[in-house]
Ligand binder design. Structure first.
Ligand SMILES: Nc1ncnc2c1ncn2[C@@H]1O[C@H](COP(=O)(O)OP(=O)(O)OP(=O)(O)O)[C@@H](O)[C@H]1O
Length: 454
């Protein structure tokens, strides 16, 4: 029989303490109560706990102190802060200090149950291999110190419910990092729902995120669940969050803050229990300064920021990553063992990789189809002539030789050239090509149409 979970509740108001205790006991959890920090420290010394709930204001200190104490002395114990309603600043401070999650007063029973459920799962013994749900097959390869640090941070963050913003150039592995945070944490048997914010047409965004009721607008022929509801219990990964139009940013902030959504055409709010992870290759703080991204949303999603380094900043990892990707590609293509010649490896280690690991993946995939035997040589890689080139997508349009062309025609020619180069580097993937060019998917779609590029 599994052991009964034990919770520590810390609050200086006896009524609240009693109420929380009764609620938890009804959920099958043993509780210990403390009215101040001193009592809490004493309980922690005498008893092992599975979860701790603490109020912010305590007679001999505050909840943040307790969170820090637990982080240092009992790092495996999930602790959540109970805050005054709407006090997001304190909630964010608590999560930065290592709190697993927070609850707003008056405590909502549904939210409390979800929180306790996730916390208890954290310390359950590892599931047997059979029980483990589909995990991401892909691994995060790399032994450089920056990658070791990243892996440790992922493990730590997987135990928390805090929103994480993942920054890094296109193709560095931001989505992979988000998946790992999800799959190593207590939400792993619920869905991980990735969404590319730059790829949803603005007019459909609200319905995509929050769902709609049948008949609520032309074309709404059925009830539709939104992404928040699809990710319920799990994680919603907002990729390219900088591409969200401002009106949508307001609605998203509200949904995150209130933990409810209202489908279009519905009278009622639906509670949601979703962890938000987000990513962008852009500098969000700069966008906040130019009023292109809302500051309040920025602070809400960026409680913890994680940077995935560019491949050129961890060159020592290139051989291992290349070998790993080659093995994966060999399986996909049904070919035997493949290896890189020393020459090919040298070329890769000297290449700039503007498209990072995704570009390496594309490049190896092309090389597999070109190579004659099981060894991939430097020529098969088809890298630009000058391997030390910092800009492999250099325009070959002579600047200053506009000739008879008008300025617009000349600029269009350069644009067409650069877009074709990016499409080639991204193996025809328009979303990736747009990222390489530093433009949104919408802008890319517009330009492809305008310039009649196939
Ligand atoms: N460290 C790594 N080891 C092995 N494979 C990796 C690593 N990092 C990324 N990859 C692989 O590289 C590809 C690109 O990664 P991913 O999609 O996570 O990047 P991204 O930063 O989210 O890209 P984008 O900005 O374009 O959305 C994926 O196939 C991923 O599995």
């Amino acid at each position: 029989m599994s052991k009964t979970p034990v919770a520590l509740i810390v609050d200086d108001e006896p009524d609240i303490l009693q109420l929380l205790s009764i609620t938890l006991v009804r959920m099958g959890i043993d509780t210990f109560k403390a009215e101040n920090l001193a009592q809490a420290y004493q309980h922690l010394e005498n008893q092992e706990f599975d979860v701790c709930l603490t109020d912010m204001r305590l007679p001999d200190g505050d909840g943040i102190e307790l969170i820090q104490f637990i982080q240092t002395n009992y790092p495996n114990l999930p602790v959540a802060l109970i805050t005054a309603h709407g006090n997001m600043e304190i909630a964010i401070e608590a999560m930065k200090a290592g709190a697993f999650d927070f609850l707003s007063k008056p405590v909502d029973l549904h939210a409390l149950k979800n929180l306790i459920g996730s916390a208890i799962k954290l310390n359950l013994p590892n599931k047997s291999a059979k029980e483990i749900p589909a995990r991401p097959k892909k691994q995060l390869i790399g032994d450089t110190s920056v990658m070791k640090q990243l892996k440790q941070t992922i493990l730590k963050l997987s135990r928390s419910q805090a929103p994480v913003f993942i920054n890094g150039e296109s193709g560095t592995g931001k989505e992979l990092v988000a998946r790992l945070i999800h799959f190593k944490g207590p939400r792993s048997d619920a869905p991980f729902v990735p969404v590319n914010c730059g790829a949803i047409p603005s007019e459909l965004m609200e319905s995509e995120f929050f769902g709609h009721k049948k008949g609520s607008f032309t074309g709404a022929i059925n009830d539709k669940k939104g992404l928040f509801q699809s990710a319920n219990g799990g994680t919603l990964f907002l990729d390219e969050i900088a591409e969200l139009p401002l009106p949508m940013q307001v609605k998203l902030l509200r949904a995150i803050q209130e933990k409810t959504v209202r489908p279009i055409g519905s009278e009622t709010e639906v509670p949601t229990n979703v962890r938000i992870l987000s990513a962008s290759h852009k500098n969000l703080l700069k966008l906040v300064e130019t009023d292109e991204f809302r500051q309040d949303l920025f602070y809400r999603i960026n409680v913890i920021e994680l940077t995935v380094p560019a491949l050129r900043d961890r060159v020592e990892d290139i051989p291992k990553i290349a070998e790993y990707l080659l093995n994966q590609l060999a399986q996909v293509h049904g070919v035997g063992h493949l290896r890189l010649s020393q020459d090919a490896l040298n070329r890769l280690c000297h290449y700039e990789f503007p498209g990072n690991i995704r570009e390496l993946e594309n490049l190896l995939e092309r090389a597999i189809t070109l190579c004659n035997d099981e060894e991939i040589c430097a020529e098969d890689l088809n890298l630009p002539q000058s391997s030390s080139s910092m800009l492999p997508l250099k325009s070959n349009i002579p600047i200053g030789e506009r000739g008879h062309l008008s300025l617009d025609e000349y600029l269009e020619k350069i644009e067409t050239f650069e877009i074709n180069q990016a499409l080639q580097a991204a193996d025809g993937n328009k979303t990736q090509a747009a990222k390489l060019l530093g433009i949104s998917f919408r802008a890319m779609r517009y330009k492809l149409k305008k310039l009649a590029i196939d």
